[in-house]
Design a protein around this ligand. Structure first.
Ligand SMILES: [Zn+2]
Length: 432
């Protein structure tokens, strides 16, 4: 194993031996359960269980799962475990249907958030000499503030630009000597595109690290961003429910995403049956929080698909378990004429073809009287042409068993979403 040295924010906590991590996990579970049981809504959900019943990880696995729907139904504070006067902040998910999921933060939760984010920055090799430009929005979305607290904690210089105004972002990046870009995963594509359109020289930047998350991004997209922006990227995970970004991040060894096990407990389960999956097998990520106060999570179904890569110490020195990069979500799997696939698989394949992508959109519809149709709208460079198209069709058919109609577009023709990229448009149910 090649040692990859990078400083740690909390070296002792980040290198605990496995048996100590398991001990901490059990203590955290009992604490979390005790906290939840103070609320009638949680007691109704959990039935007759006491914190002392949890003397092994298998007892935890007997507790019921917590679902997104339950958190939505609890809007706004139905499952909150702090007194309203002790809530210092709320963040909420940007769900497109139904109530948003509200996370009430105690003072301790904001502290916890800053601490795990500080760990993430150091894992990405970022320190107090860095200039961190924070491009996710500051608001109800957790992105902006999470990156902000962590960067403040490590003593870096913060440029809190928030979302949008890409042209200005580039200018500030150059003029202020930004070294670290914090962004949602597809935002670098905007930066690259605007730089091209405006003749902005990306080589005039001092960027060296990009910490990206909040959307699925393929290894192909990762390579593209690293090449175009001359940066090393780090994949950060987390969601409103867990308290924002900072649940985990990959490290210079790049052999999986470390999840901070003294704060969070991970399980991987069969998305259909909920049965536990062994290490190495892919399934749905289930998260329990061990230190959060406002909205503790007990076996929360995240819908994210991944697997446990390793529980062995990593080349970076950290001992916390590693998950694979998220492969997709149980709810973004596309089923088309009996074939299942994830948008990320299409993206990976596209980016292997010079001149194709990275902008694309998959449109599913059902023409009147016809059968289901899949169209791939693909931005391609001028030289891509018929031969490129032929090779791409062949690979889509061979590797993913897909034969979409492909419409080639000029660069810039697809609409750009202001936030997360829209990769799939499914019109089959709407009858459009
Ligand atoms: Zn590592």
């Amino acid at each position: 194993m090649n040692r990859v040295t990078a400083p740690m924010w909390e070296p002792q906590a980040e290198t605990l031996p496995r048996e100590v991590l398991v001990q901490r996990t059990l203590e955290g579970m009992r604490r979390t359960l005790a906290r939840a049981l103070t609320k009638a809504a949680w007691r109704r959900r959990l039935g007759s269980v006491a914190p002392d019943d949890i003397d092994g990880l298998e007892e935890w696995a007997r507790l019921p799962f917590l679902t997104k729907e339950e958190l939505r139904d609890a809007y706004p504070f139905g499952l909150a475990c702090v007194q309203p006067r002790r809530v210092v902040r709320v963040h909420m998910s940007s769900g497109t249907t139904g109530n948003p999921i509200v996370n009430p933060y105690s003072r301790g939760d904001v502290e916890q958030w800053a601490a795990v984010m500080a760990r993430c920055y150091l894992a990405a090799g970022v320190g107090r000499r860095d200039v961190v430009q924070i491009t996710p929005s500051f608001g109800l979305f957790t992105g902006g503030f999470g990156f902000h607290y962590g960067a403040e904690r490590i003593g870096a210089m913060v440029v809190p630009t928030g979302a949008g105004r890409t042209s200005l972002q580039l200018t500030l990046m150059r003029d202020l000597g930004t070294t670290v870009l914090a962004a949602i995963s597809t935002y670098p594509l905007r930066l690259i595109e605007v730089a091209r359109a405006e003749g902005f020289d990306l080589r005039s930047l001092k960027l060296r690290v990009a910490i990206l998350g909040s959307e699925m991004w393929s290894d192909g997209l990762r390579r593209y961003i690293e090449r175009e922006l001359s940066v090393t990227t780090f994949d950060i995970i987390g969601m409103t429910e867990t308290g924002g970004p900072g649940l985990g991040i990959d490290c210079p060894a790049r052999e999986g995403i470390h999840v901070w096990e003294d704060h969070y407990f991970c399980e991987i389960v069969d998305p259909a049956t909920g049965a536990s999956r062994a290490d190495g097998e892919e399934g749905e990520l289930v998260i329990s929080t061990l230190t959060r106060e406002g909205l503790p999570l007990i076996r929360y179904r995240t819908h994210d698909l991944t697997r446990v890569v390793s529980r062995e110490p990593c080349a970076c020195g950290r001992t916390h378990l590693r998950l694979d990069r998220l492969h997709g979500r149980t709810d973004d799997m596309v089923v088309f004429r009996g074939v299942n696939f994830y948008p990320r698989q299409v993206e990976s394949l596209l980016l292997k073809h010079a001149g194709a992508g990275p902008e694309y959109q998959l449109v599913l519809d059902r023409p009147p009287g016809g059968s289901d149709r899949l169209t791939l709208l693909l931005e391609a460079a001028e030289g891509f042409g018929e031969s490129g198209l032929g090779r791409l069709k062949g690979e889509l058919r061979q590797r993913l068993h897909l034969s979409p109609e492909i419409t080639l577009l000029k660069e810039g023709e697809l609409p750009r979403a202001p936030g997360k990229a829209v990769r799939v448009v499914d019109r089959r149910q709407a009858g459009e």
